[in-house]
Design a protein around this ligand. Structure first.
Ligand SMILES: Nc1nc2c(c(=O)[nH]1)N[C@H]1C(S)=C(S)[C@@H](COP(=O)(O)OP(=O)(O)OC[C@H]3O[C@@H](n4cnc5c(=O)[nH]c(N)nc54)[C@H](O)[C@@H]3O)O[C@H]1N2
Ligand SMILES: Nc1nc2c(c(=O)[nH]1)N[C@H]1C(S)=C(S)[C@@H](COP(=O)(O)OP(=O)(O)OC[C@H]3O[C@@H](n4cnc5c(=O)[nH]c(N)nc54)[C@H](O)[C@@H]3O)O[C@H]1N2
Ligand code: SF4
Ligand SMILES: [Mo]
Length: 596
């Protein structure tokens, strides 16, 4: 019987170990964090998804060789851009950078994902270390803050067993239903929540004096800063009260506490401040650098790695990419027409380009606009290395299937380099080993070079020599203009309802826009819509129709359209976060109009 170990390459923090036995996919039961189970995204939805098998040029099916020749001609232009998504989390995805460097092309900077949160962490701690899952296991209390853990990082659930759980989320998620306390806050009020908890902690002597004297000597200035925020209106804005805040602090007092913070808190222009304020709360309470304590955010999977694919090309922004400035745009491993914010803007810009090349696995909104379509190979069909943004293990993704269509990123780059008359790439093994050689081997797995058993146990900064940096100013244009607009419907007959917060979390049957798509808007029954009713949802950026699903788990001022929904990003803004070059999908309010 043949047996090959590999890793799931989907953009998911769990980065599960897989064993392929005689072609059959099974969970790797000896993998340290994946608990002997794989999820339905891999086991079912990915396997069912129809692939692009044939290359196309101008709508006609052609041979791969002809499509690569057409790609060469299109890239042989004055202005060409590489826009890469995160459809496959392997490091070899980035090898196309080497091609773009040689042909004097442009690449992108910034992120659609976790950049603003990351920037806030770096501001406070200087370096964003991954919290090893074992530390979650050792905690007594776990605070799940803006993370839909049962859906987006389900393998962390076993680490939560037997713990007290506090959830801070505008939606009563599955984990919120199991929690000891669920703080169902107003969206985008996390910064204030952290500030208030910190202020009450300091007022009630909950702080860890020894810890803050040593690692955060500016704590007194920070206490003053928290006092600039008026308690009553802010608690009302958050949608909480003194008693609830007190319960949370009592529950954490003297307990080993881990904070698991998700993307939900930082899809806003001020996301960096939110993460820095949550960090500050944990610092004041002394919940850093000790066993069973710490903050797990999404983490920087490439921290401390030397990256052979870092290139010095000209770069444009990934959030509001000016596609129209380029003659040729190569889109690899992504579906920007649907996944980028402000779809109207994206489509208008892409229409200005001469040639769009889509290089991916599946048909989607982006492949539909492409002039050239190149079928990719999936992560079972090529060699790669998988890093994780949720744990410390680095694993090879091995070729376990032959596939007679598609081309790997390595072959694609190498072929085009040679068509342009450049030297070929180094061997595949050269690049794979470049990454693996930077890791330490433990049994069948490799440890990340930035791995720390208990991050920040010697203090903050790269070498534990820095003090924690607290935020010292808060400037927020969005709140000034929209702070107290409340969702309301004056009478049942009124058709248009004002200003709902739009949340766009991830869905369980999709990995971003891959696999099952949706068309639902979930909202509170008190808003007076019927299940299955069709509504037009609109914002200052655009509009789209969705189908209503009523749900008591919602706040009355908030609606949810999951990130896999067709058309969701017609509603979202393409603004860039104040720090971290990140998208701000939720910096928007929407209106809803009944259509029937
Ligand atoms: N099944 C599945 N898993 C995935 C993905 C997927 O598409 N599907 N995508 C992967 C990727 S790319 C990423 S980045 C991760 C992200 O995974 P998560 O970090 O879990 O991010 P989201 O699903 O966007 O949102 C998480 C939670 O934030 C809440 N939320 C929204 N706004 C706010 C707010 O203002 N404050 C607070 N406190 N909470 C808020 C939402 O209600 C939701 O419960 O998931 C990964 N895992
Ligand atoms: N409204 C809203 N929008 C969001 C988000 C949100 O929370 N709300 N989340 C954002 C986040 S966190 C993220 S990470 C982005 C993700 O957005 P994208 O990076 O655009 O990812 P997907 O939409 O999943 O598209 C991935 C595509 O990659 C292709 N692919 C998969 N594997 C391979 C491969 O090995 N090689 C090649 N060449 N192609 C491959 C597949 O064809 C697939 O269609 O979406 C963002 N968009
Ligand atoms: S998608 Fe995530 S949870 Fe599912 S198998 Fe892959 S890594 Fe594991
Ligand atoms: Mo993401």
């Amino acid at each position: 019987m043949s047996e090959i170990k590999t890793t799931c390459g989907l953009d998911c923090p769990d980065a599960c170990g897989i064993v392929v036995k005689d072609g059959k996919i099974e969970a790797d039961t000896s993998h340290p964090t994946s608990n002997g189970a794989l999820c339905a995204l891999l086991n079912k939805y990915m396997l069912e998804e129809p692939r692009i098998k044939k290359a196309r040029v101008n709508g006609e099916e052609v041979s791969l060789e002809e499509a690569l020749e057409a790609t060469k001609e299109a890239l042989d232009s004055h202005a060409k851009l590489l826009w890469r998504g995160s459809g496959n989390f392997g490091v070899m995805q980035e090898i196309t950078n080497l091609l773009f460097e040689k042909i004097d092309g442009t690449t992108t900077k910034g992120t659609l994902c976790d950049g603003s949160g990351d920037a806030g962490i770096v501001e406070g701690r200087e370096v964003n270390h991954i919290l090893p899952p074992e530390q979650i296991g050792k905690a007594e209390v776990v605070i799940v803050w803006g993370k839909n853990i049962t859906v987006t990082a389900s393998h962390l659930m076993t680490y939560l067993e037997g713990k007290q759980i506090i959830v801070i989320d505008p939606v009563k998620t599955a984990i919120a239903k199991k929690a000891d306390i669920h703080l169902q806050i107003s969206p985008r009020s996390d910064f204030f929540t952290a500030i208030m908890l910190t202020r009450f902690a300091l007022m009630g002597d909950f702080e860890d004096k020894e810890f803050i004297e040593k690692y955060a000597p500016d704590h007194e200035d920070y206490y003053e800063f928290t006092q600039e925020f008026r308690i009553r209106p802010i608690l009302e804005y958050i949608g909480t009260n003194l008693q609830e805040m007190g319960h949370i602090l009592e529950m954490i007092k003297g307990k080993k506490t881990v904070f698991l913070v998700g993307n939900g808190v930082q899809k806003y222009s001020t996301g960096h401040l939110t993460l820095q304020a949550i960090d500050s709360l944990a610092v004041i309470l002394g919940k850093f650098g000790k066993e069973g304590c710490g903050i797990g955010f999404l983490g920087n999977s490439k921290l401390n790695f030397k990256n052979p694919f870092d290139v010095k090309t000209h770069k444009v922004h990934k959030v509001n990419t000016p596609f129209g400035n380029f003659e040729t745009v190569l889109i690899q491993g992504g579906n920007p027409v649907s996944s980028m914010p402000d779809s109207n803007r994206v489509i208008k810009e892409l229409k200005k380009t001469k040639t769009i090349i889509y290089y991916g696995l599946y048909e989607n909104e982006t492949s539909a606009m492409a002039d050239i379509v190149i079928p990719a190979k999936n992560f079972f069909e090529k060699e790669d290395i998988r890093l994780s943004y949720g744990h410390q293990y680095v694993n090879p993704m091995r070729k376990v299937h032959e596939c007679d269509y598609g081309i790997s990123e390595y072959e694609f780059s190498n072929t085009l380099l040679q068509k342009f008359g450049f030297e070929p790439l180094e061997s595949k093994e050269h690049y794979l080993n470049f990454w693996l050689d930077q890791c330490t081997k433990v049994d069948d797995y490799y440890l990340h070079p930035a791995y720390k058993k208990s991050p920040y146990c010697d203090g903050f900064g790269e070498h534990g020599e820095e003090e924690f940096v607290f935020p010292d100013e808060f400037d927020d244009d969005f709140i000034k203009t929209k702070q107290f607009t409340r969702a309301r419907r004056k009478s049942k007959k009124e058709k248009v309802i004002e200003d709902y917060w739009l949340l766009t979390p991830k869905a369980n049957k999709a990995l971003n826009t891959q696999f099952k798509r949706d068309n639902r808007i979930t909202l509170h029954p008190n808003l007076g819509f019927e299940d299955e009713q069709e509504v037009n949802v609109f914002s200052e950026h655009g509009e789209h129709n969705f189908v209503v699903k009523n749900c008591e788990d919602m706040r009355e001022d908030t609606v949810v359209i999951t990130a896999n929904s067709i058309g969701v990003n017609f509603l979202t803004p393409s603004i860039i976060s104040d720090e971290g070059d990140s998208a701000c999908y939720q910096e928007v309010k929407v209106k809803i109009e009944a259509l029937n």
